[in-house]
Design a protein around this ligand. Structure first.
Ligand code: EPZ
Length: 426
């Protein structure tokens, strides 16, 4: 088990550059399956989930290589249409290859992704959409199998929840499904827009990405493309919290302001001073963190992927903060670990009531998932003494060189322990 030791009490200052978005890079990699040929993706972060997706593409017959921050995928020959369980259990986003495989080959078999640390994570909305477009779905021995029937055709699909993954899977399938597909109550995240931009550069005809209604006109063929992945808004937000929680002064480069509105709003509410210079943001932390309330929602609401990081910040607030997690049913696994550091947090269903304390104490804590792990490191930056965060493998799934970036702006962090096998994915 790998551990990161965080020596708290150091104000962060200096510049860091945000990497490409994990949650845009993963669907983009899946989308390369759609076209026989060689596609190039720029600014793909080098992290465990990307490694898993590359392994998955190779298992399907793709040739994949990395050239610095670019990944080149040769998807000429698809030799398999099955995503094996050992990869799906490692990373739920493996299910994103289903829409692309069904579009390219007319069939796909994906092990049912299990639940994970933050919730049951069903894929019923993905399946509802596939069926609406004429895919025959069978569910046997823990696998979901889809086959294009003779009558696949565009359809209108209403998503009961604006699921990011279901929107992405359906967009990919609909690109070559004859007729018009309309996704209603679609997810509006920036990662959806980025995927639609990539798909349209491959010859797809998608309108409305970023709104609640996306229209796709099916085309006969898609072509390989070159596409640059958008910056990671959650990594940017994580570093904004790092500056705020340490009373620091950090310049964060490679940010897109319009992707960060809810995060900027909330970090300003706790008293930080934020200046925007186009694709650069400066965050100066307050001498005293002010309490505020957080209510996670699908985009453009406050992102659930920033909930744990904001909770770490609010444990040092001046009063009481109420955090409502409305997207996942079990995303408070970091509460007890923060409590071990001296935080005063009580949960009641989907709400966490955080009573600010004067200080946190460095102790041994356990990361349960990707963002919980990040939150514990952030808390350690402000805590007195040394915080040992176990389960750092979770963090490696979603952050590229996190410790190096933190050290570059003055944090004292060190990794110890042996490399553990991959963690089961969220
Ligand atoms: C994506 O997961 C992100 N992952 C998650 O980021 C993010 O938290 C989530 O979107 C919400 O923004 C990637 O993009 C790889 P959903 P996804 O489908 O697509 C329910 C991180 O930390 N639901 O929008 O799996 C589901 O149970 C990760 O980077 C159904 O009920 O999220 C959940 O409660 C964690 N049926 C809610 O919708 C379905 O068929 C949101 O899920 C699908 C989802």
């Amino acid at each position: 088990m790998q551990t990161v030791k965080v020596y708290g009490g150091h104000r962060l200052h200096g510049e860091i550059t945000v990497s490409g978005s994990k949650n845009a890079g993963l669907p983009a990699l899946a989308a390369t399956i759609l076209a026989p040929g060689i596609s190039r993706l720029e600014s793909v972060p080098d992290l465990a989930d990307v490694h898993t997706m590359i392994e998955l593409l190779r298992s399907l017959g793709c040739k994949v290589k990395r050239e610095d921050k670019a990944i080149i995928v040769d998807a000429h020959n698809i030799t398999s249409t099955e995503a094996p369980y050992n990869l799906v259990r490692r990373m739920r986003a493996s299910v994103l290859i289903m829409g692309a495989l069904l579009s390219r080959t007319g069939q796909a078999k994906v092990a049912m992704p299990g639940g994970c640390a933050i919730g049951t994570r069903p894929i019923d909305l993905h399946i509802k959409g596939f069926k609406a477009l004429g895919i025959e779905i069978s569910n046997n021995y823990g696998c979901i199998e889809g086959k294009a029937s003779g009558k696949t055709a565009g359809a209108t699909v209403y998503l009961d929840f604006p699921s990011v993954g279901a929107t992405e899977n359906l967009m990919m399938l609909a690109t070559t499904t004859p007729g018009i597909t309309v996704i209603e109550n679609a997810a509006r995240e920036p990662e959806i827009v980025d995927l639609a931009t990539m798909l349209n550069s491959m010859g797809a005809r998608i309108n409305g990405a970023g709104t609640t209604t996306i229209r796709i006109i099916g085309v006969d063929q898609l072509y390989p493309t070159n596409h640059r992945i958008i910056p990671d808004r959650i990594e940017a937000g994580t570093f904004m919290v790092a500056a705020a929680i340490t009373k620091g002064n950090v310049v964060i480069k490679n940010t897109l302001e319009h992707h960060l509105c809810p995060i900027v709003a909330k970090i300003s509410e706790i008293g930080a001073k934020i200046k925007n210079y186009g694709e650069v943001m400066q965050v100066v932390g307050p001498m005293q963190i002010q309490s505020t309330d957080i209510h996670t929602l699908p985009y453009p609401g406050f992102p659930t992927d920033m909930q744990a990081q904001m909770m770490a910040l609010l444990t040092l607030g001046s009063g009481v903060s109420v955090i409502s997690e409305t997207v996942f049913e079990n995303r408070f696994r970091h509460v007890n670990e923060l409590g071990r550091m001296g935080a005063k947090i009580r949960t009641d269903g989907s709400k966490a009531i955080v009573k600010g304390v004067d200080r946190l104490y460095g102790v041994k804590v356990q990361a349960s998932d990707l963002r919980a792990g990040a939150a514990l490191i952030l808390a350690g930056l402000a805590a007195g003494g040394v915080t040992e965060v176990n389960g750092i493998n979770h963090i490696d799934r979603g952050y590229e060189n996190l410790e190096d970036k933190l050290r570059k702006i003055g944090a004292r962090v060190a990794r110890t322990g042996t490399v553990k096998k991959q963690v089961i994915g969220e």
